[in-house]
Design a protein around this ligand. Sequence first.
Ligand code: GTP
Ligand code: MG
Length: 333
Amino acid sequence: MSTNVSPAYRMAEQKFREATTPEEELAGLQEMLSTIPKHKGTEKLQADLKSRISKARQEIEKSGGKPRKKPFFHVEKGGAGQVALVGPPNSGKSRLLAALSHAEPEVADYPFTTQLPLPGMMEYLDVQVQLVDLPALKRDVSEPWVLGLARNADLILLVLDAQSDDVLSDTEELLVFLAEKKLELVPPAVGSSFPARPALLVAAKVDSPHAEENLEILQEFLPELLETHLGCALPLLPVSAENGLNMQVLQQRIFEALHVIRVYTKAPHKPAERTSPYVLPIGATVEDAARAVHKDFVENLKFARIWGEGAYDGQMVGREHVLQDGDLIELHT
Ligand SMILES: Nc1nc2c(ncn2[C@@H]2O[C@H](COP(=O)(O)OP(=O)(O)OP(=O)(O)O)[C@@H](O)[C@H]2O)c(=O)[nH]1
Ligand SMILES: [Mg+2]
């Protein structure tokens, strides 16, 4: 091979060649990946190593041999809700995270670039929504924790690749895989019950050359695919992280799909500041808001005054009053 690689890489490669057990093979591959020079000329090789590492891990698990420590990743939830970015390889998940948050994921034009979950906070109105970039989902390659993380999220953002001529078959493959793994996706409606996960679909990279055609095909056949494999319809939004198309609409849809409201509080005789709201589920009452502020407030709460769309300014309301997005309340104890 003509790529300039280091002596450390050559030694790792040697180790891999001489490996006699799957565990040694895996160790060799991992060492190759960590010692390979990281530049444009080795990108393909890096990608190849990553997918071989994933396969080697799977082999070890299948054969009953236990890798000493099974990798498992969990992302602590934060902000108004956790949104998992799920999709086939190279579909544009990481670039979307980069466009919507301050996170700086690795973005590259080959499959299996992302190997670990990466959270980033998306600012929308005055709340933060946690997006989590995940490794691609693909049968025989994905590690189980990727699905585990998706299952645990509040919302799944399925990212499809409008640049790929295979977008329809890749989407079908993914839907079949999800159905097999019993990860049920449902439209983001209030009251969807666990374990089914609310999901939104985006067709990414719609600025790219063949995207228009691919998108048309997707829009024509997707409803049937969804009906067959999920038994329901899901909304599809075309987006581009490159030229920003529909990025604001996407932010809004994500926020709406989380089914939360923002509630601001103020102390009596203090000026109102609509800055950092409490984030509560749709349907939350004055009592729920009081509990979010402090548990002692709940017991001692006498009434609240409210400013917002569902009431006249300063209206007195009781603890059962249902709040609306953007309400400002003054709690009286
Ligand atoms: N033209 C165009 N290219 C994009 C867009 N979004 C992503 N790409 C490109 O598509 C390639 C893959 O993007 P990634 O964000 O790394 O894809 P991914 O889904 O995270 O890939 P894996 O982590 O490997 O599963 C990169 O070359 C990106 O620059 C877009 O909106 N327009
Ligand atoms: Mg990625």
